[in-house]
Design a protein around this ligand. Structure first.
Ligand SMILES: Cc1cc2nc3c(=O)[nH]c(=O)nc-3n(C[C@H](O)[C@H](O)[C@H](O)COP(=O)(O)O)c2cc1C
Length: 197
């Protein structure tokens, strides 16, 4: 893939029409596109994915989901905050996937809440899930509180939320910057360590 454009895939954990999470993820992908990536927004609302049954892992559109996530070099996981954590549709989608789709991949996290600042739990829980799949999770993450106030009717950030807009753009840019990092082997920022002797 070297020389080709990095491919960034976003998974939206809200099925709701007019989802703020979907709007925010589109901003992430727009920033990734501007940084030179190809992108794909997987809208779980459009896929037939029943509640995960480990005895029926190829149900419905599971194969399509795995194909699209498997094509990613970086994955943006976006979730609404439901009862202090991430959403069940996103967990269902992740459970239909596994190491084949996530291991060694760069993952960026975004959570959107109705309350002003109730997203840290969702972000922490998603981080643990992504790490359990051996993904390389970006330190930078985005929490968007008071979601109903942040976007205008066209989906743009209101001016007073410019800082969140910047953080969202940074997530898309970093997904591209680190899409091809090789965990454990290389660093794009070499560190010189000096000893005491
Ligand atoms: C079942 C459910 C649980 C929710 N729990 C919380 C919560 O714990 N904290 C919070 O701030 N907002 C909570 N909300 C509000 C959502 O986080 C908020 O509406 C968010 O914008 C939904 O994302 P969406 O616009 O992408 O659908 C909850 C909403 C639902 C439907």
């Amino acid at each position: 893939m070297t020389g080709s454009k990095p491919h960034v895939v976003a998974l939206c954990g809200s099925l709701r029409s007019g989802s703020h999470t979907r709007t925010a993820l589109q901003h992430v992908l727009d920033a990734a596109t501007a940084a030179g990536a190809t992108t794909d927004l997987v809208d779980l609302h459009t896929l037939d994915l029943s509640v995960f049954d480990a005895g029926s892992q190829d149900a419905g559109d599971a194969a399509e989901l795995r194909r699209r996530v498997g094509a990613a070099e970086a994955i943006a996981l976006g979730t609404p905050v439901y009862h202090g954590s991430y959403s069940s549709p996103l967990k269902t989608a992740i459970d239909y996937c596994g190491f084949d789709e996530f291991e060694g991949k760069t993952v960026g996290l975004l959570a959107v809440s109705g309350g002003a600042s109730s997203y840290p739990g969702a972000l922490s829980h998603l981080r643990m899930v992504a790490q359990s799949l051996h993904a390389w999770v970006l330190p930078h993450q985005v929490g968007i509180g008071a979601a109903g106030e942040v976007f205008d009717e066209t989906g743009e950030f209101h001016d007073e939320y410019a800082d969140i807009a910047r953080r969202t753009t940074t997530l898309g840019r970093e997904a591209v910057s680190y899409a091809r990092i090789v965990p454990g082997e290389t660093s794009t920022r070499p560190v010189t360590v000096s000893g005491n002797d």
